[in-house]
Design a protein around this ligand. Structure first.
Ligand code: PLP
Length: 482
């Protein structure tokens, strides 16, 4: 068992050398004195250093290896963005600064908004939402407000396919709308006839993740968006999967009216630890007047952060939004340019298709009727006869040094493994992941206990995941099982 820093503690051991006292010594007044010893470990600087470096390597991260977490787009984030986002004139601006003193930040925000509108094919934008889910919420409120303005406030239904990302029904409910589920056909696409039968005078919006959560592009998209427009609804695209179509296809050209982008996914900000994100929303001109406070505008006197009044849906986040993410997204787009962005998506598609083709002999890929987009969904259901579940496969991958794919989602695939390699992986790392998956498939046949007992090479063995979330303990020294 590895020792924790508390077990290395030895009374009187110290990690710092304070300078000689050169002022008169005084006693600390009684009321400021600690009643009990503080209980910190007493260790050398070297021991403290090793403690923190060891901790920093215990979790998996994209700098450590391939992280094929489907739908999350865990791509490598170039260091250049970190450098740019930390430039003092950008990083140190105060949220209450006057517009005239933060023209650089406002200019970047304004230009980023224009670039994102061009990428999505829309006219208006808000950079405020802090995450994809908040972007969805904002987008739905825009649509709801538009319906109200037209005297159609009775429209309270959001149609969405049963493959929808979990946040879609959640945000619809939060926006006060009712979710109406639309079936998927045998290829995992929206069942157009089912949609037609459910669209009607109560339809407020249609919400679609495209490419869908099976990694499949909705081929009837223009027909679908027209059905909704014809009954008086608007179309919302969950653009969290935009990594599949940069420079290739635009939601605005497909008949959508609003879409959010996950800048922290497609446009490359470190994410996954619950840190700041951006669920920027782009929309058609007809929705501009409802955009949240506040937006950056260009005037003759420079850029201003305008507090929108009147028809605005209101404020979603304090001040300018998560500007650190916006700087990185701007740097990403400007360094790649339009050709580079298209190449990002092309390589993301090639990588996913290559992986799917090599894994297909070993894992069942349901709904597979041609090339996938940036991700694909395999099923671990065949392993059930050996007593192995998809969860076990995911845990075994950790032993091979990879992060697990997204599992048990989408729910329409049994024992789902949703795999998204992204464009930033080399052929070598993609092949290494495939080889690990093939080895696991062989283990399932020959020695399934290796898979069901996994992980054995990680700092912490298999956890009671529910307990780990509900009963998290960060302060007690933990004894690691090894
Ligand atoms: C990630 C994701 C979301 C939610 O984004 P958050 O930033 O986590 O709120 C919504 N839809 C899809 C398809 C996603 O992949």
């Amino acid at each position: 068992m590895e020792k924790t820093i508390f077990q290395y503690s030895s009374p009187g051991r110290i990690g710092v050398a304070l300078p000689v006292l050169d002022v008169p010594e005084t006693a600390i007044p009684g009321q400021f004195k600690r009643k009990e010893p503080i209980g910190l470990p007493e260790v050398t600087e070297g021991q403290a250093m090793r403690h923190f470096v060891r901790l920093s390597t215990m979790n998996f991260n994209i700098e450590k290896g391939l992280y094929p977490l489907g739908s999350c787009t865990m791509k490598y984030n170039p260091r250049l963005h970190e450098f740019l986002a930390r430039i003092e004139g950008l990083a140190a601006v105060h949220p209450l600064s006057s517009d005239s003193s933060v023209q650089g930040t406002l200019e970047i925000m304004h230009k980023l908004g224009e670039l994102l509108c061009e990428i999505t094919g829309f006219e208006a934008v808000t950079l405020q939402p802090a995450a994809g889910a908040q972007g969805e919420f904002a987008g739905l409120l825009l649509i709801k407000k538009w319906q109200e303005e037209r005297g159609e406030e009775h429209r309270n239904e959001v149609l969405m396919p049963d493959s929808a990302h979990g946040t879609n029904p959640a945000t619809s409910t939060l926006a006060g709308l009712k979710v109406v589920s639309v079936k998927s056909d045998e290829h995992g696409r929206v069942d157009v006839e089912d949609l037609r039968s459910k669209a009607g005078e109560n339809t407020c919006a249609f919400m679609l993740t495209n490419p869908n959560t099976l990694g499949i592009f909705e081929s009837s998209i223009e027909e679908i968006t027209k059905i909704i427009h014809d009954v008086g609804g608007l179309n919302y695209m969950d653009g969290a999967n935009m990594n599949a179509m940069l420079g290739i296809a635009r939601p605005g050209d497909m008949g959508f009216d609003v879409c959010h982008l996950n800048l922290h996914k497609t446009f490359s900000s470190p994410h996954g630890g619950g840190g700041p994100g951006s669920g920027t929303v782009c929309c058609r001109e007809i929705l501009r007047s409802f955009l949240p406070a506040s937006t950056v505008e260009k005037t003759e006197d420079g850029y201003i952060l305008r507090d929108r009044v009147g028809k605005s849906i209101g404020r979603l986040l304090a001040f300018h939004g998560n500007v650190g993410v916006l700087y990185r997204a701007y740097a990403y787009i400007r360094t790649l340019g339009s050709k580079g962005l298209r190449e990002v998506s092309e390589v993301a598609l090639i990588n996913a298709n290559y992986m799917k083709a090599r894994l297909k002999p070993y894992y069942n890929v349901p709904n597979d009727d041609g090339p996938c987009m940036h991700e694909f969904v395999a099923s671990g259901a065949d392993a059930a006869e050996k007593g192995v579940k998809t969860l076990d496969i995911a845990k075994r991958l950790l032993d091979y040094g990879f992060h697990a794919p997204t599992i048990y989602f989408p729910q329409i695939v049994k024992e789902a493994l949703m795999i998204e390699p992204t464009e930033t992986e080399s052929l070598e790392s993609i092949d290494a992941f495939i080889d690990a998956m093939i080895s696991i498939a062989e283990e399932i046949e020959e020695k399934p206990h290796l898979v069901t007992d996994a992980p054995v090479n990680t700092p912490v063995l298999r956890l009671d995941e529910v307990k780990a979330v509900k009963d998290l303990c960060l302060v007690e020294p933990v004894e690691y099982e090894q």
